[in-house]
Design a protein around this ligand. Sequence first.
Ligand code: HEC
Ligand code: HEC
Length: 210
Amino acid sequence: MPAVSARLRCPPTVATALFAGLVAVLMAMTPSAAQSPRVLEAPPKVALCAGCHGRTGNSVESRYPILAGQTTEYLARQLEDFRDGRRRHEQMSAIAALLEPEEIAALADWFGDQPRWPTGFIADPVLLASGSERARELGCGACHRSDFRGNGTIPALAGQHAEYLIAQLLAFRSGARHNDGGVMGAIVPSLGEADMRDIAHYLATLAPKP
Ligand code: HEC
Ligand code: HEC
């Protein structure tokens, strides 16, 4: 095998050492890019999602959740829950059933990596102030983070469509959605419908992860 023996005979050159040094310097200069490389190419199955969520996950219609900038772990978990029947929705359950595990991972990476665009939602200032106060009193930020940008399997709520947020809070309350291990189910009984509306107005106006 001439190629192998050639490689064995060839010690690291000054040029490769310099190149390695340069790479190390560049990586040190761009630590975030080095830790989480951007997913530049959309996985093919994005075509199945774009009609409702938009190609970058910045849905226009407020009944479709924005997926852009959502945490990757949460996105993957929800797709698995739809696939396995722990969370039910006619269209999403049917679509998730078509996805292989590696496709779920690629879609979660893609959408999680997209910047979340501002929706242009204009909150009623009175509702917004009351929502901000209620969210603080109820400690929503303890899990969702004080900037509501989420963490792991706890979803980002900042900049999400208010209509979608209210629908989910109602679904947790009615028990129609119960894939949360009881966490949200335990919290929603302390929320009246005015609280849900006000908190959703507050969350929808918060700046999402850039
Ligand atoms: C026909 C419209 C439609 C299509 C197509 C669609 N979705 Fe959805 N998706 C929805 C709706 C509606 C919901 C909200 C479901 C609910 O109310 O529980 C949703 C919810 C989700 C959620 C949960 C978001 C959250 O914040 O909890 C994820 C993740 C998701 N979709 C991913 C996808 C992916 C990935 C694709 C493509 C493979 C896709 N969807 C295709 C309509 C659609
Ligand atoms: C103890 C931790 C915890 C607290 C406190 C908490 N949440 Fe959650 N929340 C979660 C988790 C975990 C999920 C995801 C559940 C799942 O996997 O389906 C969630 C999901 C949600 C969702 C659904 C988001 C989506 O994209 O579908 C909304 C809306 C929400 N929470 C709002 C709130 C509000 C409003 C409060 C305060 C009243 C609150 N949460 C307090 C843990 C928490």
